[in-house]
Design a protein around this ligand. Structure first.
Ligand code: MG
Length: 251
């Protein structure tokens, strides 16, 4: 078939069938699944419930992979620092996560030693390995800004400080895009995260440099696949924090 170059005026007279139409860019399939939104912050109909106030069945202790031993009381669970980190039984890749946490109103300590916990967006080993979205009382508590609540720990500062007072419930809504690795283990695409903190955007599609590193620069050293989500039992001496209403939607 011959290809004929048309001038601008000629192209306007091409037969009507080839003229762009509104319908050319309107799609009818695939049809998005129907999801019933949750009321207020409750889970929508297609979410996996990770904690609904009744039990810790979706969680295990990182130390021994046995039952999570944090303290369940009145629809809420509280960190038990003597039993270490907990993580989900299930593994996830890309997801939307909702989690609520509360710094106790009688919190003491300062800097990193004031209500420190953490949400590891992918747990890639025991203890503190993974990608940490910091949980801390940053309502009125100075520390390095890339270590305050809402930071991707030691990688980036939140866009704003949207903390509520100790004693009030705080909400993280997280959209996580997992890193992708080539077959030889090298990085194909970095992890990305967006976070709303109490409804306020604090991380906007931030590209992570690698798993959280306490000392030194983060980098993607080891390939991994789907991973649990982990909650941190931090070693500081301050009063333990609590969690409620945790749900996730796989993407
Ligand atoms: Mg922490």
């Amino acid at each position: 078939m011959a290809v004929i170059a048309l001038t601008a005026s000629q192209s306007l007279t091409v037969n009507a069938q080839e003229k762009p139409k509104p319908a050319d860019t309107e799609f009818y399939t695939p049809i998005p699944a129907v999801v019933t939104p949750g009321v207020m912050n409750n889970a929508p109909s297609d979410a996996i419930i990770l904690f609904d106030g009744k039990n810790l069945n979706e969680w295990v202790s990182v130390k021994d992979n046995g039952p999570a031993k944090w303290i369940l009381n009145n629809g809420v669970f509280t960190v038990d620092k003597s039993t270490g980190n907990i993580e989900t039984k299930r593994k996830f890749t890309n997801y939307q996560l909702h989690i609520e946490w509360q710094i106790p109103s009688n919190i003491t300590g300062e800097g990193q030693a004031r209500g420190n916990s953490g949400l590891f967006l992918a747990s890639i080993g025991s203890n503190d390995l993974g990608y940490e979205l910091q949980i801390l009382d940053s309502y009125n508590n100075k520390t390095y800004t890339n270590g305050q609540a809402g930071s991707i720990y030691k990688q980036t500062t939140p866009l704003v400080n949207a903390n509520r007072k100790p004693g009030e419930w705080q909400i993280y809504d997280v959209i996580w895009t997992a890193p992708v690795f080539n077959v030889d283990g090298s990085l194909k695409s970095a992890a990305r995260v967006s976070v709303l903190f109490n409804g306020v955007l604090i991380q906007n599609n931030f590209e992570l440099k690698g798993p959280t590193q306490y000392i030194g620069q983060a980098s993607y050293e080891k390939a991994h696949g789907a991973s649990p989500i982990k909650l941190q039992s931090h070693g500081d001496k301050s009063e333990p924090i609590s969690f409620r209403n945790i749900w996730i939607r796989e993407l």
